[in-house]
Design a protein around this ligand. Structure first.
Ligand SMILES: Cc1ncc(COP(=O)(O)O)c(C=O)c1O
Length: 378
C-alpha cells in the first residue's frame, strides 16, 4: 500500500476509526481504552506509531476541566509543565521548551540552523520531519546509511560532519527501524560531534522502556553541551492528537528556538500533558501493554521466520522478503493498515503496535499470509 504518512494525515477522519476492542479482554477493558473502544469500526491503524489505548483518565479529566477556559489565549499556561519537566530532568525551567508536538521543535531547529544554507547530517532511513523541512529551506542534507545492524552508524556520521554542517540529527531509538544506540555509545559521540555542530537527539520513543535513563542524552544538556533532546506526549502518553512535545537544551539554544515557533500551544493539550506527566502509574501501564502486544507480534514473526530488528519503539520493522507493497495490500484486505516502504529497505515493513486484541488479529493475518506464500512456493 502506498499511502504516505502525509496523505494519511490528510484523510485522518476516515482512518481514526479503530476496530472495536472485544470487551472480554482484561487489558482492553481498563478505563483508558474507552476512547478507542467507542470509535467506529474501520481499518486498524498500525501505521503511525500511536498509543491505541489513548490518554489516561487523569489526562482526560484535566482536558474536560480545561475546556471551561478554552476561550482564553493559552499564554503562559505551560509554566507548570515546564517546571515539572525541569525538576525531573535536573535542568532550569528556562532550559525547557514546549512545542506543538515534538515535530514542531524539529522543524524550528531546522529553521534555526539550516535556513542560512548550513547542512544537516542525518541517518537514512530516519524520521524525516526535520531533514525534509531542512531540504525545503534549501539546506543540503547528508544522509548516512545505517550500519549492518540497522543502527545509526556513528563513526560514519561523525566523519560526515564538516565545517559547513549546521545541525546533526540523531533519532534514538530510530524510526522506522526501532534500533537503539546505547547511552554508553551515543553520549561520547554527541559530546565529540557537538564541538563541531549542535546535535539534536530525538528521543520520541525512549520513554516507552524502563531503562530510558541509561540511554538518554539529557546528561549532555546538563553538562552544557550544545545538545537538544526532544521528547513527546504522543507515544507513551497516548496524546498524539493534542500535540504536545518538548525539548531540553542550554538556555541560549532555547532562546534561539523559541521565537521561531509558529503559534501558541493549545489549552487542552497542555492540561492533558501536565496531568499525564505526573501519572506514573499510567505510564507504567502503557509500557506493560506495549510489551505484551509486542511479544505477540514478535512471536508471529519468529514463527514465520522473518528477520526483525530488536526494536525499542512502539513498532516493529521486519523483512517480508518481497516488495513491501504486496504484504501491505494483503494486510489491508484483512483490515490492517501498515507502514509504507522506507528506502533502501524496500522489502521491510514497519508495523505499529496496537492493542493486544488488535495484535493477536494481526499475528493471525500475518501467519495466514505467510502460509499462503509457502503454499504457492511449494
Ligand atoms: C522519531 C519521531 N520524532 C518525532 C515525532 C513527532 O511526534 P510529535 O510531533 O507527535 O511529538 C515522531 C512521530 O511519529 C517520531 O517518530
Amino acid at each position: 500500500m502506498s499511502l504516505s504518512r502525509r496523505a494519511l494525515l490528510a484523510t485522518t477522519p476516515l482512518l481514526l476509526a479503530a476496530r472495536p476492542v472485544p470487551a472480554a479482554d482484561p487489558v482492553a477493558t481498563a478505563p483508558a481504552v474507552a476512547a478507542s473502544a467507542t470509535a467506529a469500526a474501520g481499518p486498524v491503524r498500525l501505521i503511525a506509531n500511536e498509543n491505541p489505548y489513548g490518554a489516561s483518565e487523569r489526562a482526560l479529566e484535566a482536558v474536560r476541566a480545561a475546556l471551561a477556559e478554552a476561550w482564553q489565549y493559552p499564554v503562559g499556561r505551560e509554566a507548570t509543565l515546564k517546571r515539572l519537566i525541569a525538576e525531573r530532568e535536573g535542568v532550569a525551567p528556562e532550559q525547557v521548551m514546549i512545542g506543538d508536538g515534538s515535530g514542531e521543535i524539529l522543524r524550528v531547529a531546522a529553521l534555526a540552523w539550516a535556513r542560512t544554507g548550513g547542512g544537516v547530517v542525518a541517518a537514512r532511513p530516519t524520521f524525516d520531519f526535520l531533514p525534509s523541512y531542512a531540504r525545503l529551506l534549501g539546506a543540503p542534507v547528508t544522509e548516512v546509511p545505517l550500519d549492518a545492524a540497522m543502527r545509526h552508524d556513528l563513526p560514519a556520521m561523525a566523519a560526515a560532519v564538516s565545517a559547513s554542517t549546521a545541525l546533526v540529527y540523531v533519532c534514538n531509538p530510530n524510526n522506522p527501524t526501532g534500533t537503539l544506540v546505547p547511552g554508553r555509545e551515543i553520549r561520547p559521540f554527541v559530546s565529540e560531534v557537538s564541538r563541531r555542530a549542535p546535535v539534536l537527539v530525538d528521543e520520541a520513543y525512549l520513554d516507552l522502556w524502563d531503562d530510558a535513563g541509561e540511554h538518554t542524552c539529557a546528561d549532555r544538556v546538563r553538562a552544557g553541551e550544545p545538545v537538544i533532546v526532544t521528547r513527546t506526549f504522543s507515544k507513551l502518553h497516548g496524546l498524539a492528537g493534542l500535540r504536545i512535545g518538548y525539548a531540553i537544551a542550554p538556555v541560549e539554544i532555547i532562546r534561539r528556538l523559541q521565537p521561531l515557533r509558529m503559534s501558541l500551544l493549545n489549552t487542552a493539550g497542555i492540561a492533558a500533558a501536565t496531568a499525564s506527566y505526573q501519572d506514573l502509574d499510567y505510564q507504567a501501564l502503557s509500557r506493560r501493554r506495549l510489551k505484551e502486544a509486542l511479544a505477540v507480534t514478535r512471536a508471529a514473526l519468529a514463527d514465520v521466520g522473518w528477520p526483525a530488528t530488536d526494536t525499542r519503539g512502539n513498532f516493529v520493522f521486519f523483512d517480508t522478503g518481497r516488495p513491501v507493497g504486496e504484504f501491505a495490500a494483503a494486510m489491508r484486505a484483512e483490515g490492517f493498515l501498515v507502514g509504507r516502504p522506507f528506502a533502501p529497505y524496500e522489502t521491510w515493513c514497519r508495523v505499529s503496535i496496537g492493542t493486544l486484541p488488535q495484535m493477536k488479529g494481526f499475528a493471525a493475518a500475518l501467519r495466514r499470509y505467510a502460509a499462503r506464500r509457502a503454499e504457492a512456493a511449494a
